[in-house]
Design a protein around this ligand. Structure first.
Ligand SMILES: Cc1cc2nc3c(=O)[nH]c(=O)nc-3n(C[C@H](O)[C@H](O)[C@H](O)COP(=O)(O)OP(=O)(O)OC[C@H]3O[C@@H](n4cnc5c(N)ncnc54)[C@H](O)[C@@H]3O)c2cc1C
Length: 379
């Protein structure tokens, strides 16, 4: 039965991940391949994947818990949002037996990664406008198109690319998903120069008549949005976990500082102008986590529709809570908030990611306005 109180099993998973992540400090922006593999050995990366394929047989509930704790320790693994959560989920729910055998064990044990590409330069938030097109040539598929802001393509063995079939070029998106191995001919990447101090880089991709075998297609070419959202809802829950972890990390650094730093008679944390915004940040993060847990529980219980609304709300709440927590943490440290030594300033840009990706704050407000509140659309 679903309960709002965390089970003993989840509490001990939380504690174990926290200890593990704190024992593996790393400098932001440096390669985290070693940390990824160590985490995978302990079963953390594949905790949501089926046991029959080397996973932990848990769900997005457990995977989001792992990512949140890594983030709270200052050690988040961005690719967890993509490799096990989106790609692993889509393959385990819709892949063929051969695709499952091929990919799931290595995604679970961390020896291979898969990135995910939907965003396009001319479509942006309007995914219905994507033009990456797949046409048949005999039994092969030929893919043509462009993608932008795709994370971790250089460290991934393949990218799960969202395209549309040729006869569905216009109108509402009927997406189809293809596994494109990194070194496929015609599949080029260019790193985007981001103001982000992160180990995971973003890439612009071009697919120029990329020839793929029939079995590169994951799922049914007619299954449409259902299949896509099987991956996108976990992505939203995981982005919420990423944001909550980062917010908790920033808050904890600010609390340490506010307890010690004394410029009048008492530590600065005694001044309510410092204490109250930190208390508010804590409350906002807790509330966002509650919504994230609801979304994860609904998703794991098989309620894709219910999970959709909750995952959007959780991502929204977590993104906002993260941005506010980081902002207040930086402010709490005064000038030290902007030094490299204290490491909080770079979180100002990092925290904005959760407001923009994978779906922006405004697009979530649009969703809630239309889907939940029944208001008319402006676009
Ligand atoms: C660090 C990072 C990593 C990423 N990783 C990936 C990845 O791995 N894979 C992937 O596919 N994508 C990835 N993305 C892309 C991300 O999902 C997009 O940036 C996001 O969906 C927004 O699209 P856009 O940047 O084109 O903004 P746009 O769609 O151009 O939006 C610009 C602004 O206009 C607003 N806006 C747009 N339409 C409306 C409307 N109807 N009503 C109100 N406001 C509106 C938006 O909210 C936003 O503020 C990543 C992005 C970042 C920053």
């Amino acid at each position: 039965m679903t309960t709002l109180i965390e089970s003993d099993e989840h509490k001990s998973l939380r504690a174990a991940v926290s200890t593990f992540a704190r024992n593996h400090p790393r400098t932001l922006g440096t390669d985290n391949g070693h940390f990824w593999r160590e985490a995978a050995k302990l079963g953390y990366i594949g905790v949501n994947l089926p046991e029959a394929y080397g996973g932990g047989d848990g769900g997005i509930t457990e995977l989001s818990l792992v990512l949140e704790e890594m983030g709270a320790a200052g050690n988040p693994l961005l690719m967890m949002i993509v490799s096990p959560a989106i790609c692993g989920t889509v393959i385990s729910r819709f892949g063929t037996e051969a695709q499952k055998q091929d990919w799931l064990p290595s995604l679970a044990d961390g020896t291979r990664l898969m990135s995910f590409g939907i965003t396009e330069p001319d479509a942006g938030s309007n995914s219905h406008r994507i033009t990456t097109t797949a046409r048949r040539d005999g039994t092969d598929w030929i893919l043509t198109g462009r993608k932008v802001f795709i994370s971790g393509v250089d460290i991934s063995d393949a990218t799960l690319v969202v395209g549309r079939t040729e006869d569905a070029r216009t109108g509402r998106l009927k997406p189809c998903l293809f596994i494109v191995p990194r070194d496929t001919r015609g599949f080029e990447r260019r790193q985007i120069d981001m103001e982000l101090n992160s180990a995971e880089k973003q890439f612009e991709l071009t697919l120029d008549d990329v020839r793929l075998p029939a079995d590169a297609l994951v799922g049914d070419e007619d299954a449409g949005l259902l299949q896509l959202f099987a991956g996108l809802n976990p992505e939203r829950v995981m982005t919420a976990a990423f944001a909550i972890g980062m917010g908790r990390y920033a808050l904890s650094r600010a609390l340490d500082y506010a307890r010690e730093r004394t410029v009048w008679k008492t530590p600065i944390g005694a001044h309510q102008a410092i204490a109250h915004p930190l208390a508010q940040a804590h409350i906002d993060l807790e509330l966002a986590r509650l919504m994230m847990q609801k979304a994860a529980h609904l998703y794991d219980a098989g309620d894709d529709m219910g999970a959709g609304e909750a995952a959007n709300m959780a991502k929204y709440a977590a993104g906002e809570a993260c941005v506010k927590a980081v902002d207040q943490a930086v402010h709490t440290l005064g000038g030290n908030g902007l030094t490299r030594e204290f490491g909080l300033a770079s979180l100002i840009t990092a925290s904005r990611v959760a407001r923009i990706a994978p779906v922006s704050r405004e697009m979530i407000l649009n969703y809630v306005s239309h889907q939940t509140l029944g208001l008319p659309k402006s676009y």
